[in-house]
Design a protein around this ligand. Sequence first.
Ligand code: HEC
Length: 149
Amino acid sequence: MKKNLIRICTISAMFLAACNTSSDQKESCTKEGDLNPNGSSELSLIMRKMATHLAENRDALKAGKGIVAAPKEIDDLLTAKKTDEEIDKAIYDGYAKLYQQRIIELNETADKSDSIKIKAHNNLVSTCRDCHSNFCPGPMVVINQLDIK
Ligand code: HEC
């Protein structure tokens, strides 16, 4: 519990620090809609799988079905090659670890109520949003469709 709190505080601090520099970092990802497989980094392929996973999970939970298993590539979030290796590693790694932690938390809701599953799902979507607000705002349109309202 305490460990989680420290992690959240650290990330909030990093987020505040990033606000001043975010305008420099807006170019740090491929443009939205760039789906050329030859030009795609390892990370952008993982991102597409993550987006598909949350879209499938959203639809399953809305239909009252169980959670959808996450793609195993999420294990590689911290090591995958990025289009731009210059992006702030401390901020990126902080959110990547948080995303992995929240996948574990989603999996732990398998035998819990629908509302607890939905909360864990929406926590994941928030993590997509938080990381992207630092790096590349393009996919925000996709991310904002993943919440379960
Ligand atoms: C830890 C930070 C982080 C998190 C969390 C994160 N992203 Fe990303 N995302 C990035 C970065 C950095 C890129 C640029 C990847 C590249 O071009 O190498 C990216 C790229 C993308 C792209 C563009 C992929 C392409 O086709 O080139 C989409 C779409 C995307 N993310 C959606 C999402 C969704 C949906 C989530 C949540 C399920 C998410 N992202 C979570 C950092 C993150």
